[in-house]
Design a protein around this ligand. Structure first.
Ligand SMILES: C[S@@+](CC[C@H](N)C(=O)[O-])C[C@H]1O[C@@H](n2cnc3c(N)ncnc32)[C@H](O)[C@@H]1O
Ligand SMILES: [Zn+2]
Length: 279
């Protein structure tokens, strides 16, 4: 399992030298105290402002730690395991890994694999690296880098699986880094996902629109649906869920005030998991 990050400036291999990754041309990227590397270049954007901000990451983390989405993480982890059972040391990229909750579960469930979590949010990656560090027992098979899903810092054909869970999808980049016959796993919300929460917030809640991907470098192999009822047992838990959803940014104040009066909430939870194979 010999997978190096690639230099985001010149595309050559990065090798670890003391506390940084360096390429042969001398481009250097420090490894943070928590163990991750920032491979975002400043070209055309401000990496500090990219992706989820600190508040979004904190809210997502508080909610995910309640365990309500654990069945999804476990399902994807088990799928990755069985899709790579013939491979001695599979390489799995968790693209748009956020604050690392899922990546750590994939790592626990796939001890043979090397998991690379990437996200454009430096705050997310910082949190993900802390999560992996503080995990008991320590996770040896996981690495985190701040990078974009549309410019992955990996050589072509190095990965067995790319996972994109509620995150942006890149047909070209995922096809480039995957081996021929490698798998892309995409998780997205079903029509009724969080309908119970939306019913409190809106007079006429709409069902979620289906996610449409144009993936002409892949064939769709299978689609699984995971649906269950979620129960939140305090207003703190309800607000943790609400704060990490897009509704947090577009809900009128009086609806938020209404939600603040709830001490418990039941809601549909639903995920669609699509498994694609690289052509
Ligand atoms: C809804 S969150 C999902 C995070 C995580 N997979 C989860 O399910 O908890 C979407 C994530 O995509 C990241 N993101 C947005 N644009 C991105 C890009 N171009 N490349 C990589 N990550 C990106 C955001 O920073 C955020 O962490
Ligand atoms: Zn370089």
């Amino acid at each position: 399992m010999n997978v190096n990050y690639l230099c985001p400036v010149c595309g050559q291999k990065l090798k670890i030298s003391e506390h940084s990754y360096k390429c042969r041309d001398g481009h250097s990227f420090d490894i943070s105290k928590k163990g991750y590397v920032n491979l975002l270049t400043t070209k055309g954007r401000n990496p500090v402002k990219s992706g989820d901000n600190k508040e979004m990451i904190r809210a997502r983390s508080a909610f995910l730690d309640l365990g309500l989405y654990k069945p999804l993480a476990q399902k994807i982890g088990q799928l990755s395991n069985s899709l790579t059972r013939e491979i001695k040391e599979p390489v799995i990229i968790d693209s748009g890994c956020g604050e690392g909750y899922y990546s750590c579960i994939y790592s626990e469930l796939n001890e043979r694999a090397l998991i690379f979590g990437i996200d454009i949010s430096k705050h997310g990656i910082d949190h993900a690296a802390s999560r992996a560090r503080s995990h008991t027992p320590p996770l040896q098979n996981i690495r985190f880098a701040a990078a974009s899903a549309f410019s992955l810092p990996f050589r072509e054909g190095c990965a067995d699986i790319v996972i994109s869970c509620f995150a942006p999808v890149s047909n070209d980049e995922y096809a480039r880094v995957l081996k021929k016959g490698g798998y892309l796993i995409i998780a997205s919300p079903t029509a009724r996902h969080l309908f119970g929460l939306k019913s409190v917030l809106y007079d006429k809640p709409y069902e979620n629109e289906p996610n449409v991907y144009s993936l002409n470098k892949f064939s769709l192999e299978d689609t699984l649906t995971l649906e269950y009822e979620g129960e939140l047992n305090s207003n703190v838990e309800i607000m943790a869920l609400f704060t990490m959803t897009p509704y947090y940014y577009k809900t009128p104040a009086e609806a938020v005030d209404r939600l603040k009066t709830y001490d418990s909430l039941k809601t549909e939870i639903g995920f669609e998991i699509r498994i694609y194979k690289k052509l």
